[in-house]
Write a protein that binds this ligand. Structure first.
Ligand code: SF4
Length: 313
């Protein structure tokens, strides 16, 4: 298998430069809700979100944090000879709790041997001054990376996804984080949304270039069991994007993305295969990754290669 990633700048490169060796992200689940699930201000569950709140492992919810860390780091060490770890607070909204509670979890995670930092998955409208202070404190002491679920910069599409925040709130959150902290900051985007155009994908990349963020993670909108999107899929109002089209959109995005921005994975993952309804290619992680890489090469979609001269750095 050809895993040549010279067509984009993988986040693994950043980790290697920063920590001197390969670093593995260990997803954990400690919180069990978010503003959407609580129905705050009339919010509803995001249409794609399953009952696990995007947790990587269903069992995590029932295990104490220390047990999760010990169990998953041991497993990764055994299989990949890993020596350094980042603890990824991934499931639900990891800033939707008392700051002291969050602080206690972070501190406990950092006490574990070979844990070199924290990664926080959250949404743009859950960021208080006290939380920013905590993030900065942890970052100065160790390393803290924030992954904000932007998903799209189009308000109509955010409404469709039932995200409960606007694109303007995403921009304000980024500004707030950058003005008050020096944490590592990234955005998650979703492609394959209804009525998505090539122009929108390009605009999203060009706008991202202006935000001063450090990394992006890309997903295709996929259908999981027991989600609002499942109903749309079965009544025919939502059709998942085909893999070649998704790969083309990834190529369009990357070729307009600042070559200095690191890239996490290129497509969505479904950790629980029995939960995935469609598209089936989402379940074939390595094959899909290779498929996208092959399309990047075939159409010469090198990261940053198509940024218009007027937008270049
Ligand atoms: S995606 Fe995140 S914000 Fe949306 S419902 Fe799921 S846990 Fe809540």
């Amino acid at each position: 298998m050809n895993t040549n990633t010279s067509y984009y700048k993988p986040i693994s490169q950043f980790y290697k430069e920063k920590f001197g060796e390969k670093v593995y992200k260990v997803p954990v689940s400690v919180f069990d809700t978010c503003p959407n699930r609580e129905g705050l201000k009339g919010m509803e569950t995001c249409i794609f979100c399953d009952v696990w709140g995007s947790a990587a492992r269903a069992e995590s919810k029932t295990l104490p944090l220390d047990v999760q860390i010990k169990k998953y780091t041991a497993h990764i060490s055994k299989h990949f000879k890993a020596k350094k770890f980042l603890i990824y607070f991934q499931a639900y909204t990891n800033s939707f709790a008392k700051v002291q509670t969050i602080k206690d979890y972070f501190n406990r995670a950092l006490e574990h041997e070979n844990v070199v930092g924290i990664v926080v998955g959250t949404r743009p409208d859950c960021i208080s001054p006290a939380l920013l202070k905590l993030w900065q404190e942890i970052h100065e002491r160790s390393f803290l990376s924030v992954e904000l679920g932007a998903q799209t910069f189009d308000d109509k599409k955010l409404e469709y996804l039932k995200r409960g925040h606007t694109h303007d709130q995403t921009l304000k959150a980024i500004k707030k984080i950058k003005e008050n902290t020096s944490v590592d900051l990234g955005l998650h985007f979703m492609f394959g949304l209804p009525n998505e155009t090539d122009e929108e994908i390009i605009e999203t990349a060009l706008k991202t270039n202006e935000l001063g963020i450090d990394h992006v993670k890309l997903h295709n909108l996929h259908v999981l069991k027991d989600t609002p999107l499942e109903k749309d899929f079965f009544d025919g109002s939502f059709t998942p994007i085909e893999r070649p089209d998704y790969a083309r959109r990834v190529g369009l995005f990357l070729s307009h993305l600042d070559p200095n921005i690191y890239v996490h994975r290129l497509a969505a993952l479904s950790s629980r295969s029995d939960e995935l309804i469609a598209p089936d290619w989402t379940s074939r992680k390595m094959e899909t990754h290779q498929f996208i890489i092959d399309r990047l090469k075939e159409f010469n979609y090198k990261q940053g290669s198509r940024i218009p001269v007027s937008n270049s750095f």
